[in-house]
Design a protein around this ligand. Structure first.
Ligand code: SF4
Length: 455
């Protein structure tokens, strides 16, 4: 392989696999008893464990053709008001169980949380503060769509003590925007970044995507330069996940242009890494970039960065409690997801039931593998001695088969027996999902078509 250029080597090793925003991945979730979830939430309250609250707002004014989120496209703004009422019902249901646990983070995601007008935003945050014990200094973050955000919303959010914002950009090239049916100018984006900073937001993230049809190295380089000019604190660079069998609207993307092959995807990824490095950004985890000194950069340096359903974040709590349709919750013992259909979610709430559709209870083996995969995804290396101490096992014996299998990924990772550490190589860091797959007890049994390309 050494004779190949880096993009060709990445393309060679690329396969399909989970993104490891959880272990096991959400594809493994299955039926779970509501009572079991109720006990788990109750345990968070009884132990007064810090909790990170995630609120999913599913509405968007139109559906972007590449979208992989759980979205309800609608232009009826009144749906947001009714949804906030339902969220308050859900909070009332949970608060008896978990009201004593300190909430150390409130994250609003979607969809587009800014589908909510300022009064609905105030009602939502007011309900959170009424039903839960929000810790002083809890981080408050929100995803915003620059095409729809108003000054009044930014003012309301600043007033509600939000300080972190994540903006979707994806790509600034017009032809790419045509292909993905999302039109957003650099001026709109710049306005929102400047407006947010002026309102006191000190943590600005920008999402961009590589691997979209019609992207070329030249066009993507321009997008990267425009993003760098915005001086975000962090950038999340995602590989486009083309899964039309799961997401039929993505057929529109396919019709608009050829889906890039793995070599082209790898070339764009390497281009982005080089551009962000030149601009002084630190490359964190698999696909995030942060300004030195930013919160995420500090968390990474202190090994406090974690991988969750929200991507890479600073560790604030071991438990994430999801609210809203399709929201995923996670503790060290369980994952569970709410109904993905709005009507089912609502019906469960109306009946006074937790609106849980599926989930997964982790056994000891899952917990050991989750710890190992989590560190690999965040740090690109894992101290097996520490995993052994934390999980009460002899790692060289317990993972003997996996460590032997690592040898077949020689170009991506190696086990240092003396240091008892698995370390990814420079190339393997970009294909860390492949390395994690070696330790994934479930992946081998699954159809790979369920997963996106690992490059
Ligand atoms: S704005 Fe985001 S969540 Fe909404 S449809 Fe577009 S990509 Fe999906």
């Amino acid at each position: 392989m050494e004779h190949l250029d880096p993009a060709a080597r990445l393309a060679h090793w690329s396969s399909r696999g989970p993104r490891y925003t959880s272990y096991p991945s959400a594809n493994e979730f299955g039926p779970i008893a509501g009572d079991r979830v109720r006990r788990e939430v109750g345990a968070l309250g009884a132990d007064r464990e810090p909790v990170s609250l995630y609120v999913h707002v599913p509405f968007c004014r139109s559906l972007c053709a590449y979208c992989g989120c759980n979205v309800i496209p609608t232009r009826d703004a009144s749906r947001g008001v009714g949804y906030v009422d339902d969220l308050a019902t859900e909070m009332a249901l949970l608060s008896g169980l978990v009201a004593t646990a300190p909430i150390t983070e409130i994250a609003l995601g979607g969809g587009s949380p800014n589908f909510l007008a300022p009064p609905a935003m105030r009602t939502l945050v007011g309900a959170i503060e009424r039903y839960f014990r929000v810790a002083p200094g809890a981080r408050r973050s929100i995803e915003l769509d620059p095409r729809q955000t108003t000054s009044a919303q930014i003012e309301a959010l600043a007033d509600l003590r939000f300080t972190a914002v994540s903006l979707g950009v994806q790509d600034f090239a017009e032809s790419v925007q045509d292909a993905i049916r999302r039109h957003q100018s650099a001026e709109q984006t710049r306005w929102l970044v400047e407006r947010s900073r002026a309102a006191g937001f000190d943590d600005v993230n920008v999402d961009i995507v590589y691997g979209l049809p019609r992207q070329t190295e030249a066009s993507f380089a321009e997008t990267l330069d425009q993003v760098i000019e915005l001086q975000p604190d962090r950038v999340a660079l995602f590989g486009y996940a083309h899964l039309p069998s799961k997401l039929p609207h993505q057929l529109l993307v396919e019709r608009a242009g050829r889906i890039l092959d793995n070599y082209e995807r790898a070339s764009l990824l390497l281009l982005a890494i080089a551009r962000f490095a030149e601009a002084g950004y630190l490359h964190l985890g698999l696909d995030h970039f942060a300004r030195p000194g930013s919160r995420l950069a500090r968390a990474a340096a202190e090994q406090r960065m974690v991988r969750s359903f929200q991507g890479y974040t600073e560790h604030r709590a071991d438990a994430i409690l999801g609210l809203g349709v399709s929201a995923i919750s996670s503790t060290q013992r369980m994952h569970w997801q709410h109904h993905t259909e709005l009507a089912d979610w609502r019906a469960a709430l109306a009946a006074g039931r937790l609106p849980v559709e599926r989930g997964f209870v982790l056994d000891e083996d899952d917990r050991a593998r989750a710890a190992l995969i989590g560190r690999l995804m965040c740090d690109g290396t894992v101290d097996l001695g520490r995993i052994g101490r934390e999980c009460g096992l002899d790692p060289e014996v317990y993972f003997a088969r996996e460590l032997a299998a690592l040898a077949e990924l020689g170009e991506l990772a190696a086990y240092d027996r003396g240091a008892r550490a698995i370390r990814t190589t420079e190339l393997g860091r970009l294909l860390v999902r492949n390395v994690c797959m070696v330790f994934d007890r479930y992946h081998a049994q699954r159809a790979s078509a369920l997963h996106s390309s690992t490059i």
